[in-house]
Structure formats: structure tokens, C-alpha cells
Design a protein around this ligand. Structure first.
Ligand code: EPU
Length: 420
């Protein structure tokens, strides 16, 4: 078992460069299955979710070359063989294989997706969209078979999502890119990762209009050619490092940041009194003095991202006063709360909301990362705390934060991974 060990309280300064977006790349890789030629991605983060997807792509018959942050995939020999449970269950985004395999072969038999435990995470809206496009859905043990009659191409459909969902919006775009006819998605999610996937597909020759708005129209095409695509910067990784810099930094520049993807987050930090300077593609966070407590309410993009609620919590604990976090996307996204309490935080869950009160200091403790963003919160708390923090279950953290230990060591943190 591997653990992260942090000796907290060190002054951190310097620069952290943000990597490519996890929640984009986990959709971009499966999207390449739809291509009729070779596709290259630049800016691919060094995270274990990418390692898992590469393994799955190879298992399906794709040839994949990885050279630093560049990934070149030739999907022409991909077969529509069943992809059972096993690896598939190691991440949530394996559900994108449903859309891309269905779009290419008219059928997909893929294990049920896994991912972080944030409470119930249904995929009913993905399945409803596939059904509207002519596929039938059947559970086969721990897999799901989604197929048209006789592997016919699926057809376009008019789809209205009654919940705003990133995954189902992207999955429908994947299935629709090569479908017969037009697909319209209403009440679509508007996250930047959706635009990134649409950009890749359009650069391959797809006809997708409206990504980034709540109505997306896709005219199916027969052929998608090869292309080269730069993955957008990870806005959640950027937000995590901005929160970290405000919590423990003595002047830290976060680079490769797109400010327009982080407006709701930055405006919340400004409300707290965080002093920072926004530059063209970076944000400089100063050493902070006194911060005000605020209420955080998550909502779909462009609202405050649920994925940043947990990484922001340690900084909230440094504020003067008390506040509330209301996660309207995942009400049970609270795995960080008992662990922060073990480190001396005055934080609890009351009526489905997180209530906190600023404390003078945290103390190092053995804690457990039960999901990716809870893990990020514990890393920040460990850097803030006096003494030694030992984080277990770090596989969750390494799923989504590229070279986190190296990036933090470079700005002066005392952080190591140990094997036990
Ligand atoms: N929902 C349904 N039915 C569905 C799909 C979603 O009821 O068929 C509900 C969910 O239960 C949730 C809401 O709709 O309450 C939004 O879920 P969404 O589909 O948008 O989430 P997701 O696509 O499964 C992605 C990110 C998550 C991020 C959410 C919300 C990926 C691989 N995951 O999940 O990222 O929290 O959108 O923005 O893109 C993370 O990076 O730590 C992470 C969990």
C-alpha cells in the first residue's frame, strides 16, 4: 500500500503548471474510437485514469503510443468485442465507451462504470438517449449490452435531459457523431470539457454546433478523419492549486490557467478576501492575511463546480467565522469532512449540508482519501497542519492529479510517497 506523507507548515513559493484536463481527456480517448484514421492528443496528463484508458484501448485493438504528454492512437483495428467488468470498473468515464462503440459499431457490451463514491451516480439519462437513438439496453451480469437490431447504425433523435449532466451530454454527442441524421440535445450541460470533446470531433470532420450552450445539434457524418488536438487545461486542478496557494503559499503563480473557466470559483475567493492577480494565462496568489467565511453552493457550469467544493474546504477552515457548503450535484460528497475533523477542524454534516467554523490551526494525523477530490483536500490540509500527516488510499489522488508530489516538492513542500 502506498501512502503520502506530508510534514506541514513549510512556506511554499514558486510556480505550478496546470496539466491537461482529466475530465476532457477521459472522454477524448474513447472519442478516438470513432475516427477512421490516426489521432494525436497533446497535453495529456500523467494520471492513472489515462493509464487505465490506454490499457482498455489496447485491449480493444487500438495501437497507442505515449511520448510524454503526447498520445497517438490508431483506432482502425478496434474490434467490437465485449469489454467486461475488471478494468472498466476502475473509473467512471469508461461509460464513454458506450457512446463511442455504439456510434462506430451499432453495439457495445461494456462493464458497468466505477468511479469515486459520491453517493448515487445513476446513468439512466445516458441509456435513455441511446434508446431514443434506436438502441436496446440489456444488463448481462456486471456488463451492459447496448445495441441496435443487427448492429445497424443508430439514428439521430431529439433528446431533452431533465437533469443537466456532463456525462450523458458527451456520451450522446459521441453516439450521434456518426449516426444517421440529426440529433438535438436540449438542456445540455455547458462545461468546457464538452466544448473540448466537440472541438476534437469537429476537427475530425463531425458537424456539432452549440457545444457550450444548452442546445447542441449534431448532424451525423459517415467518415471521421485523423487530427491533432491540444487538451484544455484542467480547471479543477487549477482551482485546487489556487486554493492550496491561498491556504499555504507565500506567493505562488499557477500557470496554464484559463480564467474564463474559473470565474465562479475566483469570484468566491474574492468574496473571501483572497488577494490574487489574474494574468493572461496564469494567476498569481499572494500570501493571505485575514479571510472571511462564505457559503458555497455548487451548481452546473458556469456555477461553482462540485469538484472544487472539497479542495476549497481546507481554505474555508482558515476563515474568520462560520459558513456552509451545499453541494446540489452530489449531496453525499462529504468524505473529506470526518478526516478534516480528525485533523482538528470544526466541521460537520448537518441536514445534508457541511457546516464549518474557522480554526486557528490543524494538526497532522493519519487520514484516508476516500475519493479523488477528498484526497486533494487532505493534501492541502496536510500542508497547512502542524506536524506529520499520513494519507492512505492515495490511488484516488493519483487518478486525477498529474505529478502532484513533484509539483508540490518543486514549490517547497515536504511531501513524499512511501510504499508500505
Ligand atoms: N445524473 C442522473 N442520471 C444520469 C446522469 C447524471 O441523475 O444519467 C445526475 C447525477 O447523479 C448528478 C448530476 O446528474 O447528480 C450530474 O451528474 P453528471 O452526469 O454531470 O456527472 P458525471 O458526468 O458522472 C462528471 C465528472 C465529475 C463531476 C461531474 C459534475 C467526469 C468523468 N466526471 O461526472 O468529476 O463531478 O461531472 O460536474 O467527467 C471529479 O473529477 O472528481 C468528478 C467526480
Amino acid at each position: 500500500m502506498r501512502k503520502i506523507i506530508i510534514n506541514g507548515g513549510k512556506p511554499l513559493t514558486g510556480e505550478v503548471a496546470v496539466s491537461g484536463a482529466k475530465n476532457s481527456v477521459v472522454a477524448l480517448i474513447p472519442a478516438i474510437i470513432l475516427a477512421d484514421d490516426i489521432v494525436t492528443l497533446d497535453g495529456v496528463p500523467a494520471i492513472s485514469d489515462v493509464d487505465s484508458l490506454i490499457e482498455m484501448m489496447r485491449e480493444m485493438g487500438a495501437s497507442v503510443e505515449r511520448n510524454g504528454e503526447t498520445l497517438t492512437i490508431d483506432p482502425r483495428d478496434v474490434k467490437d468485442k465485449p469489454m467486461p467488468y475488471g478494468k472498466i470498473n476502475s473509473l467512471r468515464a469508461s461509460y464513454y465507451f458506450y457512446g463511442s462503440l455504439l456510434g462506430r459499431f451499432g453495439q457495445a457490451t461494456v462493464g458497468l462504470p466505477g468511479g469515486c463514491d459520491l453517493g448515487p451516480r445513476p446513468i439512466d439519462l445516458h441509456l435513455k438517449a441511446f434508446e431514443a437513438m434506436g438502441a436496446t439496453v440489456a444488463y448481462e451480469g456486471e456488463s451492459m449490452r447496448i445495441a441496435t437490431n443487427g448492429g445497424q447504425p443508430i439514428h439521430g433523435a431529439h433528446i431533452f435531459f431533465d437533469t443537466v449532466t456532463v456525462g450523458a451530454t458527451i456520451n450522446t454527442m459521441l453516439a450521434a457523431a456518426k449516426a444517421k441524421g440529426r440529433t438535438v440535445i436540449e438542456n445540455a450541460a455547458r462545461e468546457p470539457e464538452i466544448i473540448d470533446v466537440a472541438t476534437l470531433l469537429n476537427n475530425m470532420g463531425a458537424h456539432i454546433r452549440g457545444a457550450g450552450t444548452d442546445i447542441i445539434t449534431i448532424e451525423g457524418v459517415d467518415y471521421l478523419h485523423g487530427t491533432r488536438h491540444q487538451v484544455i487545461p484542467d480547471r479543477i486542478e487549477a482551482g485546487t492549486y489556487i486554493a492550496l496557494a491561498a491556504a499555504v503559499g507565500s506567493g505562488i503563480k499557477i500557470s496554464n490557467v484559463l480564467y474564463e473557466h474559473l470565474e465562479s470559483f475566483i469570484s468566491k475567493l474574492e468574496e473571501m478576501g483572497v488577494r490574487m492577480t489574474v494574468e493572461e494565462d496564469s494567476i498569481f496568489v499572494e500570501k493571505q492575511e485575514k479571510l472571511q467565511a462564505v457559503t458555497i453552493k455548487t451548481s452546473p457550469y458556469p456555477g461553482f463546480a462540485t469538484d472544487l467544493q472539497q479542495p476549497l474546504t481546507p481554505l474555508l477552515l482558515k476563515t474568520d467565522g462560520q459558513g456552509t457548503i451545499i453541494d446540489t450535484i452530489y449531496q453525499k460528497r462529504v468524505n473529506h469532512v470526518p478526516e478534516l475533523a480528525r485533523m482538528g477542524a470544526d466541521i460537520s454534516i448537518l441536514g445534508g449540508q457541511i457546516k464549518f467554523k474557522g480554526v486557528n490551526s490543524l494538526v497532522g494525523a493519519p487520514v484516508k482519501a476516500s475519493d479523488l477530490r477528498a484526497g486533494a483536500a487532505l493534501v492541502i490540509a496536510g500542508l497547512m497542519a502542524e506536524g506529520r500527516t499520513e494519507i492512505s488510499n492515495i490511488e484516488f489522488i493519483l487518478r486525477g492529479y498529474s505529478n502532484i508530489v513533484e509539483k508540490l516538492t518543486a514549490i517547497g513542500a515536504d511531501i513524499t510517497i512511501v510504499e508500505e
